[in-house]
Design a protein around this ligand. Structure first.
Ligand SMILES: Cc1cc2nc3c(=O)[nH]c(=O)nc-3n(C[C@H](O)[C@H](O)[C@H](O)COP(=O)(O)OP(=O)(O)OC[C@H]3O[C@@H](n4cnc5c(N)ncnc54)[C@H](O)[C@@H]3O)c2cc1C
Length: 534
C-alpha cells in the first residue's frame, strides 16, 4: 500500500493532522488507530466515568511504584479509539498561558511563541461563549462552550474566591488566564466534541483518506536514516504501508516514545538489552515525562440539594436523565470539573502557577468505574501547573503489546511539594470563606487535624493521583535531549515527525487537550509548507 502520508494514532493531534493533510484530494493519507471506531459512552459527556477503567476504549496503563508516592501504582488512563484521549477525557478546554508558549520558543523552538500559535488556537475552535475575537475563533471544527453557572454551588464558590482575593474571569482562554471561572468545555448540544467527532466525522467520505481502526502500529520502516513507512497488525495479520513523503507519529506521550524505541530509535544501551537493533541513537526518547500530580481535597456539604450526591442518585437520576434529554445539560452533560481557578501561589508572580478544580459531588469506586457516593460533598483538586519533577517512559520488551514502564518521579523536585501544599491551603481558604457558610461545608480530606506542611505533604504522597496530562517524552528542542526539532522532525531521521502531547518541552498551565490539538494544527501546517517548499 502506498500513501503520501501515514499518521499513526487518531487522537487529539493525529485526527487533526489526518484531516488537514487530506484536505487536498490529490494527497493520499493513511490514518492508523489501534483502538475501535467509537464507544457509546464516548458520546455522552458523563460517559468519561464509564471509560476511565474500560479496556474497550482505554489502554489502562499504570505507573511503576515509587517511594515518593508511597509505592502506589498510579493509574494512567489513555484513550484507545478514534479521538484518542479526547474521546474519554474530562472535556475541560484550557489553552494555557501565553508565557508557556513563549518559554517553548525561548528553549530553542522558533515559531512557537504565543503570537505564533494563536492563529492555530483560533483556527481550531468554534467558541460559542462570547469573548474577544482577537483571541477566540468562531469557525473552526471544534465546538467549545461555557459551562452554565446554574447550580447555587458555583455562585457560592465564585463569591468565596472573591472573598479571598481571587477575581472572576469570564474567559481564561482570552487575554489573561488568572481568576475563577466556569469551565469551558468541548461539549455542544449535550454531546462530547472529540477530535473524532469534529475532525474525522465530517471527512469520512474523502476518497484520499483511509482510516484503519484496530490497527496496532508495531514499528516504523527505516531505510538507513529515512523513514519509509510502517508495519502494523490488524487482528493478528501484519501489513506494511509505504509513505512516499512522511510518517507522522501521533500515538501520545506513552506510546509515541515506545514506538520509536521498538523501531530502534532511542538510547542504544536500553534498546540492546531488549534485543532491538539500534537504528539511530537519540538519548531523549522517553525522557522528560511530566504530569500534573494532584491531591483531591474533599468537603462534606450539609445543605440539601447542592451536590449531585443529592440530585443525581436514585429517583433524582431519572430527573437528570430527563433534563439531559430535553436540555442536554445537568449531571449527564457535565464537564469533569465545571468550575476552576487559576491562582498565584504568592504575590509578585507574573502569572498564576496553581490550578484548582471543583467537582460537585463525592464519588467512590464502583464495579464499572467511579460512581456517585451517598454522602453529599464537593471534591476540589489542587496542584502546581508547571511542575519541575520529570520522569520517563520506556519500552521494557520488544513486543509492541507489552506496556512500557512509566516512572513519573513525582515530588522529586522540592518546589513541587511546596507548591502543592500551598494549593491545598488555598483550597481551604476558599472553602471556608464566609460565602460558603450557608452550604454548611466541612473538611473531610485532608481533614482539619492535618495542619503542618509535613502532615499535608505526607497526605499528598499517600493519596494524590494525576489529572491525566502526561507530556514531554519526545521533547521538541535544540539540545542533546531533544527528540524533535521545532518543525517536529525527528532529529537525524528524514521523513519522520512526531505530533502530539509528547513534543511539549514543558507542561502547559492547565489541561492538555487544547494545546495538543493546536500542535496537530501547527504540525499539519508545517508538513504542507515544507512539502510546498521542497
Ligand atoms: C481520563 C482523562 C481525562 C482528561 N481530561 C482532560 C480534560 O478535561 N481537559 C483536557 O484538556 N485534557 C484532558 N486530558 C488530557 C488530554 O485528553 C490529552 O492530553 C490529549 O488527548 C493527548 O492527545 P495526544 O494526541 O497526545 O494523544 P491521544 O489523544 O491519547 O491519542 C493517541 C492515539 O494513538 C493511538 N495509538 C497509540 N499507540 C498506537 C499504535 N502503536 N498504533 C496505532 N495507534 C496507536 C491511541 O489509541 C490513541 O487513539 C485527559 C486525559 C484523560 C486520559
Amino acid at each position: 500500500m502506498y500513501f503520501d502520508y501515514i499518521v499513526v494514532g487518531a487522537g487529539s493531534a493525529g485526527a487533526v493532522v489526518a484531516n488537514r493533510l487530506s484536505a487536498d484530494p490529490r494527497t493520499k493519507v493513511l490514518l492508523l488507530e489501534a483502538g475501535p471506531a467509537s464507544h457509546p459512552w464516548s458520546r455522552i459527556p458523563v460517559g468519561y466515568a464509564r471509560l476511565l477503567t474500560n479496556p474497550a476504549a482505554n489502554w489502562l496503563y499504570s505507573a511503576e511504584p515509587e517511594s515518593n508516592t508511597n509505592g502506589r501504582r498510579i493509574p494512567v488512563p489513555r484513550g484507545r479509539m478514534l479521538g484518542g484521549s479526547s474521546a474519554i477525557n474530562g472535556l475541560a478546554f484550557v489553552r494555557g498561558q501565553a508565557q508557556d508558549f513563549d518559554t517553548w520558543a525561548q528553549m530553542g523552538n522558533p515559531g512557537w511563541t504565543y503570537d505564533s500559535v494563536l492563529p492555530f488556537f483560533r483556527r481550531m475552535e468554534a467558541y460559542q461563549g462570547g469573548g474577544d475575537d482577537r483571541f477566540r475563533g468562531r469557525e473552526g471544527p471544534l465546538r467549545v462552550t461555557n459551562s452554565e453557572p446554574r447550580e447555587p454551588l458555583y455562585a457560592a464558590l465564585i463569591e468565596a474566591a472573591g472573598e479571598v482575593g481571587i477575581a472572576h474571569n469570564p474567559d481564561y482562554n482570552g487575554a489573561r488566564q488568572e481568576g475563577i471561572a466556569m469551565s469551558q468545555a468541548t461539549i455542544a448540544s449535550g454531546r462530547r466534541m472529540s477530535t473524532a467527532r469534529c475532525y474525522l466525522d465530517p471527512i469520512r467520505r474523502r476518497a484520499n483518506l483511509r482510516i484503519v481502526t484496530g490497527a496496532l502500529t508495531e514499528n516504523l520502516l527505516l531505510d538507513g536514516r529515512r523513514c519509509t513507512g510502517v508495519c502494523y497488525s490488524v487482528s493478528g495479520t501484519r501489513h506494511e504501508a509505504q509513505a512516499a513523503r512522511e510518517v507522522i507519529v501521533s500515538a501520545g506521550s506513552i506510546n509515541s516514545p515506545q514506538l520509536l524505541e521498538l523501531s530502534g530509535i532511542g538510547q542504544p544501551e536500553r534498546l540492546q538489552k531488549l534485543g532491538i537493533a539500534v537504528r539511530h541513537a537519540l538519548p531523549g526518547v522517553g525522557e522528560n515525562l511530566r504530569d500534573h500530580y494532584a491531591p483531591r481535597t474533599r468537603w462534606t456539604v450539609g445543605a440539601k440539594g447542592i451536590t449531585y450526591n443529592d440530585t443525581g442518585r436514585g429517583l433524582a437520576l431519572v430527573r437528570q436523565a430527563l433534563r439531559y434529554a430535553i436540555a442536554g445539560d445537568g449531571l449527564l452533560g457535565m464537564v469533569g470539573a465545571p468550575i476552576r481557578a487559576f491562582v498565584r501561589s504568592r504575590d509578585g508572580l507574573e502569572a498564576p502557577d496553581l490550578l484548582l478544580g471543583w467537582v460537585p459531588m463525592f464519588t467512590e469506586p464502583g464495579p464499572k468505574g467511579p460512581r456517585i457516593a451517598r454522602q453529599s460533598g464537593v471534591t476540589c483538586y489542587a496542584h502546581p501547573m508547571r511542575p519541575e519533577s520529570r520522569g520517563h517512559v520506556h519500552a521494557i520488551s520488544a513486543d509492541p503489546r507489552t506496556p512500557p514502564a512509566i516512572n513519573f518521579n513525582f515530588l522529586s523536585a522540592p518546589a513541587d511539594g511546596a507548591l502543592t501544599i500551598r494549593a491545598v491551603q488555598i483550597a481551604r481558604a476558599i472553602m471556608t470563606a464566609p460565602a460558603m457558610a450557608p452550604l454548611r461545608v466541612a473538611e473531610a480530606a485532608p481533614g482539619p487535624a492535618l495542619t503542618t506542611d509535613d502532615e499535608i505533604l505526607d497526605w499528598v504522597r499517600r493519596v494524590a493521583e494525576t489529572t491525566y496530562h502526561p507530556v514531554g517524552t519526545c521533547k521538541m528542542g535544540a539540545d542533546a535531549m531533544a527528540v524533535v526539532d521545532a518543525r517536529l522532525r525527528v532529529r537525524g531521521i528524514a521523513g519522520l515527525r512526531v505530533a502530539d502531547a509528547s513534543i511539549m518541552p514543558t507542561l502547559t498551565s492547565g489541561n492538555t487537550n487544547a494545546p495538543t490539538i493546536m500542535i496537530g494544527e501547527k504540525a499539519a501546517d508545517m508538513v504542507l509548507k515544507d512539502a510546498a517548499a521542497a
